[in-house]
Ligand binder design. Structure first.
Ligand code: GLU
Length: 305
């Protein structure tokens, strides 16, 4: 039996967009008889207390998980061991470039815009030791492809750039793309459901999985929640976190109902939504959130109304 997962970064309380993605990931997993796992992606952007809050919030919505929760910060040696395996095959090199160096170098010919131009790919040992005087090295993948294709259940076939992306940052922390691939394989996750802002990362991750000898999971990148200006929903948009909404007297079950409604699903319960769930019928456009309207809609009706 395979598994799906929800993998929040504990950077703050969950907002309506994160919760909607969590519900979708749960629906995809449960409707395909998969286990559903929770992973805390706390390699950076951590806010103290956020993990505990997020776990309580997911439980309050009725999203249940199987198995043990994984916390990435507990697993640092495992990521570095994967890098050692790649290194032994000559697939890793030290990179001394700053962001500024990369921006100034511009893109290599035939490379995708923004792709690492390969400045440090072929340094000699003496060039490396000279550069190492000024800056600790990040570790990059010596990619043998420029692009890679994946299949997404909602987007169809998707081909995206694969450059020599960072595996280990120059502060020694494993990079997101590495940790995701190692963890998904470790947990036998064969279904990745997440926001479509990560669609362009899927080719890199799928390619890395292949190099590490792991199967490529199935992907479903779901539409994000956006504000009225079409930007990704964020705290600046008003009362968009579950915390802010429930503080105004709204019950979490009503939040679930609004989220399910936004997905065109029966809104009486997660269970009812699960019975009706069919990915083919999901909305194909982002969900536009106007926090004032949502909170208004969710507020317990004052008497006489
Ligand atoms: N931690 C990432 C996020 O919160 C999700 C990573 C993933 O699902 O692969 O955006």
């Amino acid at each position: 039996m395979g598994a799906g997962r929800f993998a929040p970064s504990p950077s703050g309380p969950l907002h309506l967009g994160n919760l909607r993605t969590a519900i979708l990931a749960w629906l995809f997993a449960r409707s395909t008889q998969r286990e559903f796992l929770l992973r805390i992606e706390d390699l950076d952007r951590v806010r103290s207390g956020a993990e505990t809050t997020q776990i309580a919030e997911l439980a309050s919505l009725g999203i249940d998980f199987d198995g043990d929760m994984l916390r990435q910060s507990d697993r640092l040696p495992i990521y570095l061991e994967a890098v050692e395996r790649l290194k032994a095959r000559g697939l890793v090199y030290e990179c001394y470039c700053s962001r500024k160096d990369i921006a100034e170098a511009g893109s290599a010919p035939h490379a995708a815009p923004g792709a690492y131009p390969g400045t440090c790919r072929n340094l000699s040992a003496s060039e490396r030791s000279a550069k190492a005087q000024n800056r600790p090295a990040a570790l990059r993948l010596r990619s043998e492809v420029n692009e890679f294709s994946v299949h997404d259940e909602l987007f169809g076939d998707y081909t995206g750039a694969v450059d020599d992306f960072v595996l280990v940052r120059n502060d020694g922390a494993p990079a997101y793309n590495l940790a995701v691939v190692v963890d998904d394989a470790f947990s036998s996750i064969d279904q990745v459901v997440r926001g479509d802002d990560l669609l362009s990362s899927a080719p890199r991750q799928a390619y890395l999985a292949t190099l590490l000898g792991h199967p490529i999971p199935s992907y479903a990148h779901v539409q994000l929640a956006l504000n009225a200006k079409g930007q990704r929903l964020a705290k600046r948009d008003g009362a968009v976190t579950l915390e802010e909404i429930t503080e105004q007297g709204v019950h979490p079950a009503n939040v679930v109902a609004v989220l399910l409604e936004s997905l065109g699903l029966p809104s009486t319960s997660l269970q009812a939504a699960l019975e009706a769930f069919d990915p083919a019928n999901l909305p194909r456009e982002p969900w536009i959130v106007e926090p004032e309207n949502i909170v208004q809609q969710l507020m317990p009706r004052a008497s006489g109304n």
